[in-house]
Structure formats: structure tokens, C-alpha cells
Design a protein around this ligand. Structure first.
Ligand SMILES: *Cc1c(COP(=O)(O)O)cnc(C)c1O
Length: 360
């Protein structure tokens, strides 16, 4: 059986360091917002090429705190891609704002910059881009639009740690980059975790205050805050893994290269373009008989996933909150299949997957 991902396998080479780090953590006896969180924030800001990083509890909170820090008026509109994980949309709703969905480019699966302007109204305040599957959005064009209409940019970087567009790293383009360290992400913790990257010291100060009950001085609450702090122990683990993030990415890029070169048949593969350094959080293909293919692969000992089976606008929770039709998003959701591509997979695993796929 080839698993979609075996996290135990992915994390194996880090375990000795994790154990040592956990012992140190127990010896220190400091559990919340200590030196390990500070250390990771410094390391991760450096990795992303941003001035600041603020550790938070998870990716959803990284998005929500970023949006909340602007204090937009209730019901202000935020542009967001129609094909994303539900968390992106939830962060807009939790911030009291209105999601305005824009269709993706069918080739990159990221928001189509040429469709953004038609959705901008006098109420639009921000564009929340998602670097889906590990490919950065076309940020040059999106920044042009943001400048033209005076909009803020927030980047959902949950799937794009270290991904680049024209040499620049995800999380450094907009006012905020929101990162998730959910265990399956490229930089995955051993539990929940998240971070916000930014360059502006005033904005950094706002999210830092928001994550800790709206308080900078203990028991003195300036704003209506949250409890959303990155754990000390997770921060320590993340600093260890961060040192290997480039090797993790290189491994995934090598496996993606194998699929790109040797996978035959009529599978639609991810686009490769020299402007983009993709990190392949997910390697998806598209096929009109996706469900049959998934079953065929499972019968042949290969587990796959679907990211995602139901588009946000068709989720029961979103009824009455999202209007309009999104046929491109629906087409992607109907045909996409995510193939094994983890740090724990070998080149042989990928050749085995392709051999079976090539006989479908
Ligand atoms: C994982 C993910 C999130 C949410 O991260 P959590 O840490 O699970 O809250 C948000 N957006 C995208 C695109 C994701 O893949």
C-alpha cells in the first residue's frame, strides 16, 4: 500500500531532535509565549524575507487576526478565490466581512487576476489571495490592482511555505501573510500552529496585541482580542523542522518532476513556468473520470485525496452567504485528484504510482 501521506514517516528524521527539544522544554517549565516562540518568529521572518512574524494558534486564526486588525466597517467586502479551503472564507465571515468570490484560472488553479476588477465595488477593502497547492498567485498583476483601488492584500500561505513568484517568497507580498503549520502542511508541527508575516511595525503590533486578549501590558486590555498563541513546544519543533524546509521542498519538487516527465495518459498536470517556484504542498492532476480513477488506484494499493470534493459556495454552511455561479471552480472540484507526494515518499513509490496510472 502506498499511503497518501504517512506523517510518522515524514517526521521520522526529526524525532531525535524533537525529543531533545521536548526535554529542554520540560526543564525550562515555561509553556506560553516564551523564548522558543520568539526564536521561531525571528527564524521564520528571516526565511520569508519579512521584517516580522507573529506566532498564532493556527492558520484560520492567522487569517482572521490579519483581517480583524484593519478594523474595516462591518459588511465591507473582501475578494477571495471561489476554489479554496473553507478556512479562507470562514476568516472573512468571522471578521464580520463579506466574501466576494472570484473564479480561478483553470491552468494555475489560483485566482484569475483578470476577473478581479469586475468584482470590485465601493465596499471592497481587501483581496485575500490563496497560493493554492503550493503555487504563488500572479502577484505582480494583483498588486497593480490593489494599488489602483487602494485595497489591502492578505495572502493565505497555508499551502505555500517557501514558494516563490519571480524570486520573491510567499507571505512577503501583501500587508499580511497567513501561515498554517497543521501537521500535513510542508512546514507541519506536531499539532496546531500558525503565523502571520508582515513588514509594517504598526500592523505587526496590532496582530500581536490581538493574539493575546488585546493586551500588551498584563491585565490591561486595549482592544477586543483573542486567545490565539503559538505553543512554546510547537514553536521549538517548528524551528527544528524549518532548518530542513528547503530539503523538504526540494524532495517534493523532485517527485513532482517525475510525475511531470513520466506520467502519460490524458491527465492534466500542474502547469510549470519559470516565473514560479512551486512547493507542491499538493500535486494534483485532473481527469474527467476522477472518481473511477480514485477507486482504481485504491484497488491497486494507492491512496489519493481530493482537494476539495465540494466547493465553498455549495457547502451547506454557506447557503445564503454566497451568491452567484462558479463553473470553473466546480469543474476543478469535479475533476481534481491529489497524488502521493510527501517527504516520506521515495522515487520508487512515485514510479509505482505512475506505472499503475499509466494503465488506467
Ligand atoms: C490548512 C489551510 C488553512 C487553515 O489552517 P489551519 O491551521 O488548519 O487553521 C487555511 N487555508 C488553506 C488554503 C489551508 O490549506
Amino acid at each position: 500500500m502506498i499511503e497518501y501521506e504517512n506523517l510518522n514517516q515524514t517526521n521520522k528524521i526529526f524525532c531525535d531532535d524533537y525529543k531533545k527539544s521536548f526535554e529542554d522544554f520540560l526543564d525550562r517549565g515555561w509553556y506560553i509565549l516564551g523564548k522558543k516562540v520568539e526564536e521561531f518568529e525571528k527564524n521564520y521572518a528571516e526565511f520569508c524575507g519579512t521584517n516580522f512574524c507573529v506566532g498564532v494558534a493556527n492558520g484560520l486564526d492567522a487569517l482572521t487576526l490579519s483581517l480583524s486588525s484593519f478594523n474595516f466597517e462591518k459588511g465591507a467586502e473582501v475578494i477571495v478565490p471561489s476554489n479554496t479551503y473553507i478556512a479562507t472564507i470562514l476568516s472573512i465571515l468571522h471578521s464580520g466581512l463579506r466574501p466576494i468570490l472570484v473564479e480561478p484560472d483553470i491552468n494555475t488553479y489560483n485566482i484569475d487576476p483578470e476577473k478581479i476588477e469586475a468584482s470590485i465595488t465601493s465596499k471592497t477593502k481587501a483581496i485575500l489571495v490563496v497560493h493554492l497547492y503550493g503555487k504563488v498567485c500572479a502577484m505582480d498583476r494583483i498588486k497593480e490592482i490593489a494599488v489602483k483601488y487602494n485595497l489591502r492584500i492578505i495572502e493565505d500561505c497555508a499551502q505555500a511555505h517557501g514558494a516563490k513568484f519571480k524570486g520573491q517568497i510567499s507571505g512577503s507580498f501583501g500587508e499580511f501573510g497567513a501561515h498554517s503549520f497543521y501537521p500535513t502542511k510542508n512546514l507541519g508541527a506536531l499539532g496546531d500552529g500558525g503565523a502571520i508575516t508582515c513588514n509594517d511595525p504598526i500592523l505587526m503590533d496590532k496582530v500581536k496585541t490581538l493574539r493575546n486578549y488585546g493586551s500588551k501590558i498584563k491585565y490591561y486590555n486595549e482592544v477586543i482580542g483573542y486567545n490565539s498563541r503559538l505553543d512554546e513546544v510547537q514553536a521549538a519543533f517548528l524551528s527544528i523542522k524549518l532548518k530542513s524546509l528547503n530539503s523538504i521542498t526540494e524532495h517534493k519538487r523532485k517527485l513532482a518532476g517525475l510525475y511531470h516527465e513520466h506520467l502519460g495518459g490524458d491527465y492534466i498536470k500542474p502547469e510549470i513556468h519559470p516565473d514560479y517556484h512551486d512547493v507542491y504542498h499538493i500535486y494534483n492532476i485532473r481527469h474527467p473520470k476522477r472518481d473511477n480513477l480514485k477507486e482504481y488506484l485504491l484497488n491497486n494499493g494507492i491512496k489519493t485525496e481530493i482537494h476539495y470534493p465540494i466547493p465553498p459556495h455549495n457547502q451547506p454552511a454557506m447557503q445564503g452567504l454566497i451568491e452567484g455561479r462558479y463553473p470553473i471552480s466546480e469543474e476543478i472540484h469535479k475533476t481534481t485528484l491529489s497524488l502521493p507526494i510527501s517527504f516520506g515518499h521515495t522515487e520508487d513509490d512515485i514510479h509505482r504510482v505512475m506505472e499503475i496510472m499509466n494503465n488506467f
